[in-house]
Design a protein. Structure first.
Length: 108
């Protein structure tokens, strides 16, 4: 795992918290994460949507939805990793550009 940036000193190797959805709601997963010294924030089954870690995770899910607007990225057709990564970078650049243009139009 890459180093976690933060305060000065010895670089940290683990995050403080791990967010997960209801698919990981099992004591086994919670124990595994605790053993590693990381606090698990795993949504409970049977709870209302939008509660708990779902509030923070929504940002990630929304980002995936934006990337899936591009059909070529929704299903990976390219065999070579570099070509797929190039299309992914282009898609992310287009998403950012569209968002900037939209915010620029409402500000002016």
């Amino acid at each position: 795992m890459p180093h976690v940036r933060g305060k000065r000193g010895l670089p940290r190797r683990r995050p403080d918290v791990v967010l997960a959805d209801r698919g990981y709601d099992h004591d086994t997963y919670r124990r595994l994460v605790w053993v590693l010294g990381v606090k698990p924030l795993i949504a409970r089954r049977g709870t209302e949507h939008g509660s708990g870690p779902g509030i923070q995770r929504w940002v990630v899910e929304r980002a995936f939805a934006h990337v899936h607007w591009f059909c070529r990225l929704r299903i990976r057709w390219e065999i070579r990793d570099d070509i797929h990564e190039a299309f992914l970078t282009l898609g992310c650049a287009l998403i950012c550009w569209r968002r900037l243009m939209r915010s620029r139009g409402s500000a002016g």
